[in-house]
Design a protein around this ligand. Structure first.
Ligand code: ADP
Ligand code: ZN
Ligand code: ZN
Length: 734
């Protein structure tokens, strides 16, 4: 047998492939691209993925190592997926082994032999149970709803039910009544059947919606990027559901990427209710074996729909026919550490590679997507009206400079809250600052408790009686005395959601108040419990951070109050106004979703600020078009392309010198901006600097990055700093 070599991606942070020899005893069965194999690396064995095969090798035969073992399982990556991952690595200039890591569930990255149990799923069991089910409907409505879901969806898994907000207790209760049984999942390839569509909850499309679905259907089976720009509640989800019907009906798979599943179980439920096909979830709230189950279901074609957060873009779907990215503007689609990819951009890349359509939806499209739509690169679809008979909420500003404020609430706002509560409707109060107070200080000498590692004030959390740094998570007890002057008059300054909840409860004692932020929902299952209570109208006053701004459907919320509308008005980051506008419109989208009209009140010190004026009077689209003109004049993205190199070290001079050395490199048609200290100059004890490389041409930018990366090993300061590369950065604040 001739000598055979493989080039593999090894899970190490190096921008290269490694070559190994395949001993003749391991050459059969034939090795394929995408196979996982074990190779020796340093003193250990690691799982690597075969990227290429060859009969020749340019490394000296003494140095080359043999692969350690073939795994003889069927958990390989397909050739198109391997090609896609290579493309990802080269686009982001990221170590290829690390990119492949992202595409493999943890259990498949271990050399240890896998003991795979078939996943368990729930089935209903209804023979002679009519009376029992009827009784359930009146006695235990939640159990009844769960039963109906399982009954409709024979073979639904616990992770799905859990994500939809059901509890183990409810499930066990049904099992004890013998209404449901758990069985091993039958892993059959997905094939569309007539009964797979539950027509009864399908909406009759509006003309606007129907036109979009028709356009998407027309472009099926070839690449096209559709931007669906529709105000909140205009029926985008309904468009996705009807557009994907044709794809599913040809037994192809659909991948749906959402920013955060846990926040929007209602959306998930709508997919479940519409299609009686195997749906698999991919998100961070799954354990390792649940993640593996999703991966295998995708890889073995038993999943028809995969719904997941950004990394679901790497799902091994062999018959992928459509990708949908919901809330495409959302910042959480971008990974902000290590491999800094954007889930939306990769969705477009993958769709192009597979020659299939991709749907991007948002009420507040990112400027990148909007510009591509306006220039005709994407198909641009708009939904102007809310679906059904609900009306778009009106936004108004409250000038707080002219008013007496009490705990962050103006008199006008208090009046409006009072009236809304009196009508029996719900109020959402939005404050994007969790904790009790953003700082504590000494009332004698004005000393402020700062985190020494970040040079930023600690946030005070009253319930825990702790100071917590929201930048590095370090904690500290509240000092009894001022360390500077010895005074005991130490008090919180400013207001966070924890305090707001308390104060607002005092203003409106008859109303039940609930808070939704990362602190109040830390406990597993707590968020779905609170959301359920809100929809059951157990609470009238809802207080929340941006967690409450996303996707939820609260039919009885008719007033949304934004306590601090000034947050981003004067930021140095050119994207701040875009993000601020998106946030305001998204929060506003929570008001008046049903038949009752909604109102949004924004408290501000700058009611004449052009950004606020634009949003109130002209809406997001108009604002965005204006802002795009400014971006074009300033040659900022999306009219140019950027890469950001971040560097940090224990001393400020190291990252600065390291980045400055890079700027000595002459670049072709690219410009440097920096090095400059990061907006958060110090974090967790490290000093941080930024260097931006910008170009009008993506090609030149990529060439420049390759050039810079190749010179880094020669820079004197490189061993003293930690650096990272961010292609198309969206957050320049850190
Ligand atoms: P979006 O995703 O744009 O926020 P949804 O698809 O969630 O909008 O639609 C908002 C509400 O309107 C949902 O309750 C949905 O069932 C309903 N809806 C959507 N399309 C229609 C339609 N054509 N006719 C009646 N109701 C509709
Ligand atoms: Zn003091
Ligand atoms: Zn800190």
């Amino acid at each position: 047998m001739s000598t055979q070599y493989v080039q593999v991606a090894v899970p190490v942070p190096m921008r290269q492939l490694f070559t190994y020899q395949v001993p003749s005893t391991m050459q059969l069965p034939t090795i394929h691209v995408g196979e996982r194999i074990a190779v020796p690396f340093g003193s250990r064995q690691v799982i690597a993925v075969v990227i290429a095969l060859s009969d020749e090798c340019d490394i000296g035969s003494k140095k080359i190592k043999n692969i350690a073992q073939r795994l003889n399982d069927s958990f390989h990556l397909s050739k198109p997926l391997v090609d896609f991952l290579r493309l990802c690595a080269s686009y982001y200039h990221h170590p290829i082994g690390d990119v492949f890591q992202q595409a493999l569930p943890k259990l498949l990255r271990q050399v240890k032999k896998l003991d795979i149990q078939p996943p368990m799923v729930w089935h209903s069991h209804t023979e002679n149970k009519v009376e029992q089910v009827a009784k359930l409907a009146s006695k235990a409505p939640k159990q009844h709803a769960l039963f109906l879901l399982i009954d409709k969806h024979q073979g639904i898994s616990w992770p799905e039910l859990r994500t939809l907000g059901y509890s183990k207790t409810q499930l066990n209760a049904l099992a004890a009544k013998d209404l449901i049984v758990e069985k091993e999942q039958q892993s059959k390839p997905f094939i569309w059947r007539e009964q797979a569509l539950n027509e009864e909850n399908q909406q009759c499309l509006s003309t606007e919606q129907a036109v979009i679905v028709a356009a998407i259907n027309q472009s099926n089976e070839q690449f096209a990027c559709h931007l669906i720009d529709g105000i909140t509640g205009s029926g985008k989800t309904e468009v996705y559901l009807q557009a994907m019907e044709k794809t599913l009906a040809s037994s192809q798979q659909v991948l749906v990427i959402v920013p955060e599943i846990g926040l929007t179980p209602q959306t998930l439920l709508r997919f479940e209710q519409r299609f009686n096909v195997p749906i698999c979830l991919h998100h961070s709230n799954l354990n390792d074996s649940e993640r593996l189950d999703t991966w295998l279901n995708a890889q073995q074609n038993s999943a028809a729909i995969v719904i997941g957060t950004r990394s679901a873009i790497f799902s091994p779907l062999h018959h992928l026919g459509m990708i949908i990215v919901d809330e495409e503007h959302d910042g959480s689609l971008k990974q902000q550490d290590s491999f800094r990819y954007h889930g939306r951009d990769l969705a477009i890349l993958r769709a192009k590679q597979l020659n299939i359509p991709v749907l991007l939806g948002s009420a507040t499209p990112s400027f990148e997507s909007l510009q591509n739509a306006l220039s005709g690169k994407y198909q641009y679809h708009q939904l102007h009206k809310r679906a059904g008979n609900s009306k778009k909420a009106k936004i108004a500003l409250i000038d707080v400079a002219q008013q007496q404020m009490e705990h962050g609430l103006s008199g006008t706002l208090k009046q409006q809250i009072k009236h809304t509560l009196a009508r029996g409707e719900q109020v959402l109060v939005f404050l994007n600052r969790r904790g009790y107070a953003p700082a504590i200080n000494c009332q004698e000498c004005h000393w402020i408790a700062d985190c020494q590692r970040c040079d930023k004030p600690y946030t005070f959390h009253q319930k825990q009686q702790l100071l917590i740094c929201h930048h590095c998570s370090s904690q500290k007890r509240v000092p009894k005395q001022c360390p500077s002057c010895g005074s005991v008059r130490i008090a919180p300054i400013g207001q966070g959601t924890e305090q707001l909840e308390q104060r607002i409860g005092e203003f409106f004692p008859e109303a039940s108040t609930v808070r939704v932020d990362r602190d109040s929902t830390r406990k597993k299952g707590e968020l779905s419990k609170i959301l359920q209570e809100i929809s059951d109208k157990k609470h009238q006053l809802l207080i929340g951070t941006q967690m409450l701004a996303k996707g939820h459907h609260f039919p009885d919320v008719t007033l949304v109050a934004v306590l601090d509308g000034d947050g981003a008005l004067f930021s140095f980051d050119f994207r701040a106004s875009e993000q601020m506008a998106q946030l305001l419109i998204q929060v506003a989208g929570r008001a008046g979703r049903a038949s009752k009209p909604g109102k949004v009140l924004v408290q501000t010190n700058y009611p004449d600020h052009p950004l606020l004026q634009e949003i109130v009077h002209n809406g997001y689209q108009h604002f965005a078009k204006q802002a795009l003109i400014e971006r074009q004049q300033a040659l900022l993205p999306p009219f140019s392309f950027q890469a950001l190199i971040r560097a940090e070290a224990n001393y400020p001079s190291y990252p600065e010198k390291f980045l400055r050395a890079l700027t000595e490199q002459p670049l072709n048609q690219c410009e440097f901006a920096g090095p400059v200290p990061a907006a958060m100059e110090k974090k967790a004890g490290k000093f941080r600097y930024h260097l931006i490389i910008q170009s009008k041409s993506r090609k030149h930018l990529h060439q420049a990055i390759s050039q810079l990366l190749s010179m880094i090993p020669e820079i004197e300061w490189q061993s003293k700093v930690r650096w990272s590369l961010d292609i198309d950065p969206i957050d320049l604040n850190w």
